[in-house]
Design a protein around this ligand. Structure first.
Ligand code: GDP
Length: 397
């Protein structure tokens, strides 16, 4: 009997213990996961204060005695003037005269070469061929060269005696006719009748001097008393926006820019919006000139123009061409003319080439006048194109 009672007691104790462990393990499985310590201390009423972080004292840093804790910088009462003083650009009138020496120096092969050939005692076929070669080498283009040689042949015959002064006058007249005096070379940069700013887009292949030209043009306009906003829509070339902004800051023109690689059309749109809001005279938009694929360029430039036109018409689309690239420049001109309606050409780097004939060739190609020329890297080395002064420079003194 005693044995039976002992067995029953052991069984009861065993069942009790087993029950305890089963319930205990269930309880553990429903325990919520531990909460993370909040980064910001709670400001609730029953919030527990966070344990204080052990503070580091100067003693614990073990600094040498001579080192003193730095004083907090004093807050200046007024914001210091960090912007450089505004520059006063040179007036545009007479720039070409000042730059003439530079142009004349680089153009000697065309004008002076022609004069020397025409002054020969015997103007035989070889000489006429040399005259033709001189014109072709200077990028005048085949058709205009043939026309000019034809006219010179006729006029030289009529002239009879050929004094240097006669020849100079004749050549000046004929070159001037070739460059063209009938084009309207003025830039539309002023406000429209409704008070909205004149809008100019500057287009061209990267490296031609597009951004530099936009900056120089801002100076030209400021020199002529215009207020200007710049649009840095060349969002693809790193540093193009910085470059443009620097140009603008020098003459007090604000630059609207977007993120690098951002949508050029939206930057252009914002620039015109800013120009309208500020009531400025002119908005100048620098664009990206990637010629990877013609279709890409068409899409991009076409879009920029269309988006800008939501504000109103674009007054000028200036194509920037590097005068030193000759035929290549003409190919670029053709491509751009298919994409946008070009209203004027800017020929840059005329200081670096003897090939002034590109003026004639590109105008013929596009039927659009050269309106501005770049004659150096200096900030005021952009001049309005004046045919007579240009031909003077070609022929030299
Ligand atoms: P973008 O890529 O077309 O915007 O070209 P940039 O405006 O950056 O110009 C490319 C380089 O051409 C720069 O070093 C300019 O200083 C230079 N440049 C621009 N215009 C002229 C010019 O009329 N004469 C000379 N010699 N250099 C120029």
């Amino acid at each position: 009997m005693e044995t039976l009672i002992l067995v029953v007691v052991i069984a009861v104790v065993a069942i009790g213990l087993a029950g305890y462990f089963v319930v205990g393990s269930r309880r553990r499985s429903v325990t919520p996961p531990p909460t993370r310590t909040p980064v910001e201390p709670s400001v609730g009423e029953d919030a527990q204060p966070l344990p204080e972080a052990p503070s580091r004292t100067v003693d614990t840093l073990d600094l040498p005695e001579t080192v003193e804790a730095p004083e907090a910088p004093a807050v200046p009462e007024t914001v210091p003037e960090t912007l450089p003083p505004l520059e006063v650009p040179e007036p545009t009138a007479g720039r070409l005269v000042r730059l003439r020496a530079r142009l004349a120096r680089s153009q000697t092969t065309l004008g002076k070469g022609l004069l020397a050939l025409l002054a020969r005692e015997h103007l035989d076929e070889d000489t006429w061929e040399e005259i033709e070669d001189t014109l072709l080498t200077a990028d005048v283009g085949v058709q205009p060269t043939q026309e000019l040689v034809e006219r010179l042949r006729t006029r030289v015959k009529v002239l009879g005696t050929r004094t240097p002064a006669d020849l100079r006058a004749l050549l000046h007249e004929e070159l001037l006719a070739l460059v063209g005096t009938e084009y309207d070379r003025s830039l539309t940069t002023t406000k429209a009748a409704d008070g909205s700013p004149g809008v100019l887009m500057v287009v061209g292949v990267n490296g031609t001097g597009k951004t530099t030209t936009t900056g120089k043009l801002a100076r030209v306009l400021v020199a002529d008393g215009h207020s200007v906003v710049l649009g840095a829509a060349d969002t693809f070339r790193a540093a193009a926006a910085d470059q443009l902004q620097t140009w603008g800051e020098r003459v007090g023109a604000r630059t609207v820019r977007g993120p690098e690689g951002g949508d050029p059309a939206s930057v252009a749109f914002d620039a015109v919006k800013e120009g309208i809001a500020e009531g400025v005279d002119t908005v100048l938009i620098d664009t990206a000139g990637r010629l990877h694929t013609k279709t890409g360029l068409m899409d991009e430039l076409g879009k920029v123009k269309r988006v800008v036109e939501k504000h109103g018409p674009v007054d000028e689309v200036l194509l920037v061409l590097d005068a030193t690239t000759g035929q290549n420049g003409l190919v670029q001109a053709r491509v751009f003319a298919e994409v946008v309606n070009i209203t004027g050409i800017v020929l840059t780097k005329l200081d670096g080439t003897a090939k002034g004939g590109i003026v004639v060739a590109v105008q013929r190609e596009l039927g659009v006048p050269v309106k501005l020329i770049g004659l150096g890297e200096g900030p005021d080395d952009l001049a309005p194109f004046e045919p007579s002064a240009f031909v003077d420079a070609l022929i030299g003194d």
